[in-house]
Unconditional design. Sequence first.
Length: 237
Amino acid sequence: MKKMSFKCRLLWAPLFGALLVCGCTKTPKAKTAKDASKDAKPAPNNTPEPVAADRSRCDRSGKKVVEVDVNHDGRPDVWKILSETTEPGTSAKVNSISCKEVDLNFDNHMDMWVYYDDRGNVTLEEFDLDFDGRIDLWTYRQQNRLVRQELDTNFDGKADIWKFYENEKLVRIERSSQKNGRVDVWEYYEGGKLDRIGYDTKGTGQVDKWDRAPEEQPDAPGTTPPKPESPPAEKKS
């Protein structure tokens, strides 16, 4: 399959958000709790600390799975994983969504995972943008608000760009210019515009060179983040 540029993949992936609102049974390999434990490994020095995320939400054990065939080829393309919970204030049992898995390019392999908390809010989105079986983009949310993104631009399975947000506004980008997982470039944004850049040119883990941003420049990329899908309505058992 001919691969798209990284920029095109980033623009294309959100278009598949519409798939996530569908609901309707051979299945690609699903994530398990064991897989989840592999995702969260301690970071080396000078690497941003990993975000706490409950990846067991996509573990299908003991949960109901609803499958959707989006392109009507006889194979499911979206999997909604539901957990049985007790509705607050009552003894009623309800099925609430804990995860959605999506085959974006209809090749019978999962390329997107969306994790939900108990209230139906999106907490994490993961994308395999080049369809090689490894995740390349991670988007973290708190109460449905974007707080952090991680990108793997050379597709080696490790993030080399980290974006940090406050009130859904980009405030900092950390980069590993050597693609080795160690941050050596820090970009700081004020009011959505690049203000200054720090460089670690000696490999010490500390800034030893600063650049000021030009007076006039376009808005920083990612200052207006995409909105997550609305929390799905809970289904009565």
